[in-house]
Design a protein around this ligand. Structure first.
Ligand code: HEM
Ligand SMILES: [Cu+2]
Length: 557
């Protein structure tokens, strides 16, 4: 019996089309759609956390300012830091990993699509819970609303006695819930990389982006667990009369610090390793050369993964550990610079002798290389214990980690946006606006974070709500604040470019960059099933081989 599919009437639903679309997106288990949801979610919170940063900078623009109250100031830096780390950069990186890993290894989806959707919605709930805290009390100036204990919530600040009401409760539960989401995504990425690769793609041929997200996921499983345990203990302290972190009742405040940084430092590598992955995919394509030292790049990543688990107490050089402990953590911190340096060397080796195309993705990649190197060097400076004793809790530290997070990770994220946007949307973004965004952001970034080092060296502590008009402090802080606004303008230009190009951009086609990984072998955007037939690969550059069968020597093995 033959069934003529087209003859069957599909009942037309009375609901307006947009509700159909909304229903599709809310219930999707497709890795590409979940990837886009993660990215849009992260971009939404980037605007929130960006506004918080600008409020901080307006308050610090000159001495004796009272633009906001000390309470609101404390809430702004706590929400800014927590949001940027957990609800901006992590979701955006998980979004790219979700979208790209299955496509790059020749798979139709992640290993566990429903776990994938569940993990996204847990992360989404976490961010909403954190921001519900603004409404949780009686408005901005009321007690018991947005958390104000810093993004580390050091004991005893997190205790009920110091933060009455539910503000820290919201912070703890929001991170707990999103932490389960991160663990779910990490399990999914690991299972997908190990079990879903297409025929011929053994681990030695897997794109570096899949390798690095595999290592990052392993680190998530190890690092998130101590944070989850500490949060559980904090909830017991706050709501069940526990004393884990209460020094007066036999608990320990430094115990919280150890738990937080056993998570916290690997966390910064969980953020930077996917950024490294973007560089290892983008730099070769715009240098027209395969990556230099593929196996070493994999080895260096695994090395970073291990060493970065042993450096955490470099955040605690000033709490009074003995000199053996200080020396140990100083040495491990310097040691993590070695595999990181190898990566920078290999990216430069890839560009060396290449035919460099200065397209927007490559401009942001070069910005990443330059700034991440400087960020690494100021990190090494602080790994020297006596130097850290001078600089700890100063604006030099704030400048350093923003150099890593903005100068490194955010630049790499922008490079990734410009590189894969044509694949996600089927449209090219405006290259002219892209270049404007790049140069404006470079100027804003250096005005903000280069200059920020100086008041730090001059002794300006972080997290102070205002300051005395000491020599140079006001001019320097004014320049920093102007720089922050230039960065904000650049990010608005970026958002404008992405939105307008979605409708007006030139058609992208499958492979606008003449690249060589599998995501470029399918249409833009890819069909729901990704590949009509599962590809069979024979080298690290499967699409290149397809495009250049006449040139077997160019096979990169
Ligand atoms: C793009 C422009 C940004 C500007 C202008 C900016 C500005 C600032 C400022 C002024 C502070 C210090 C507050 C103080 O101690 O007084 C701060 C803190 C912080 N920022 Fe940013 N930031 C930016 C981006 C980011 C990004 C992308 C991240 C992370 C992904 C981030 C993470 C943090 C963290 C974790 C803190 C520490 C919060 C705390 O002390 O509890 N920032 N930011
Ligand atoms: Cu650290």
């Amino acid at each position: 019996m033959s069934t003529n599919v087209s003859a069957i009437e599909t009942p037309q639903s009375a609901a307006p089309a947009w509700t159909e679309t909304l229903h599709e997106w809310v219930t999707t288990v497709d890795h590409k759609r979940l990837g886009i949801l993660y990215i849009l979610y992260g971009l939404g919170f980037l605007v929130m956390a960006g506004i918080e940063a600008l409020i901080i900078r307006i308050q610090l623009m000159h001495a004796h300012s009272s633009f906001v109250s000390p309470q609101v100031f404390n809430r702004m830096f706590t929400m800014h830091g927590t949001t940027m780390i957990f609800f901006v950069v992590m979701p955006i990186l998980f979004g790219f990993a979700n979208y790209l890993v299955p496509l790059m290894i020749g798979a139709r989806d992640m290993a566990f699509p429903r776990l994938n959707a569940f993990s996204f919605w847990l992360t989404a709930l976490g961010g909403l819970l954190l921001y519900f805290s603004f409404l949780g009390g009686n408005g901005l100036y009321g007690a018991g609303n947005a958390p104000d204990v810093g993004w580390w919530a050091y004991a005893p600040l997190g205790a009920k006695a110091f933060s009455p009401g539910h503000s820290t409760g919201y912070w703890t539960i929001a991170l707990l819930v999103s932490g389960f989401g991160s663990v779910g995504t990490a399990i999914n990425i690991i299972a997908t990389v190990l079990c879903m690769r297409c025929p011929g793609m053994h681990l030695g041929r897997m794109p570096l982006l899949a390798w690095l997200n595999f290592v990052m996921s392993g680190m998530v499983l190890i690092a998130i667990t101590p944070l989850t345990a500490a949060q559980m203990m904090l909830l017991v302290d706050r709501y069940l009369g526990g004393h884990f972190f209460d020094t007066q009742a036999g608990g320990s405040a430094t115990l919280w610090m150890h738990f937080f940084w056993i998570f916290g430092h690997p966390e910064v590598y969980i953020l930077v390793i996917p950024a490294f992955a973007f560089m290892s995919e983008i730099i070769p394509v715009f240098s027209r050369k395969p990556i230099f030292g593929y196996p070493v790049m994999v080895g260096a990543t695994v090395g970073i993964g291990f060493i970065s688990m042993s450096v955490w107490a470099h955040h605690m050089f000033t709490v009074g550990m003995n000199s053996y402990a200080n020396s140990f953590f100083a040495i491990t911190t310097m040691a993590v610079g070695v595999p990181t340096g190898i990566k920078i060397f290999n990216w430069l080796g890839t560009m060396w002798g290449g035919r460099i195309q200065f397209k927007t993705p490559m401009l942001f990649s070069i910005g990443f290389l330059f700034q991440f190197l400087i960020a690494g060097l100021t990190g090494i400076i602080q790994s020297s214990v006596p130097v850290d004793w001078q600089l700890s809790l100063s604006y030099f530290v704030v400048a350093h980690f923003h150099y890593v997070i903005v100068g490194g990770i955010l630049f790499a994220v922008f490079a990734a946006f410009y590189y894969w946007y044509p694949k996600f949307t089927g449209r090219m973004f405006s290259e002219r606006l892209g270049k404007w965004h790049f140069w404006l952001f470079v100027i804003g970034f250096h005005m903000t974070f280069d200059v920020m080092h100086v008041p730090g060296i001059l002794g300006m502590p972080r997290r102070i709500y205002t300051y005395e008009p000491r020599p140079g402090w006001e001019t320097l802080n004014l320049i920093v604040t102007i720089g922050a606004f230039i960065q904000a303008a650049a990010i608005l230009l970026f958002v404008y470019n992405l939105v307008v190009s979605y409708w007006k951009g030139a058609k992208a086609g499958n492979d606008p960059w003449d690249a060589w990984t599998l995501e470029w072998s399918v249409s833009s955007p890819p069909p729901a099933y990704n590949f009509a037939t599962i590809p069979v690969v024979a080298s690290r550059r499967p699409l290149w081989d397809q495009k250049h069968p006449e040139d077997p020597d160019s096979r990169y093995e």
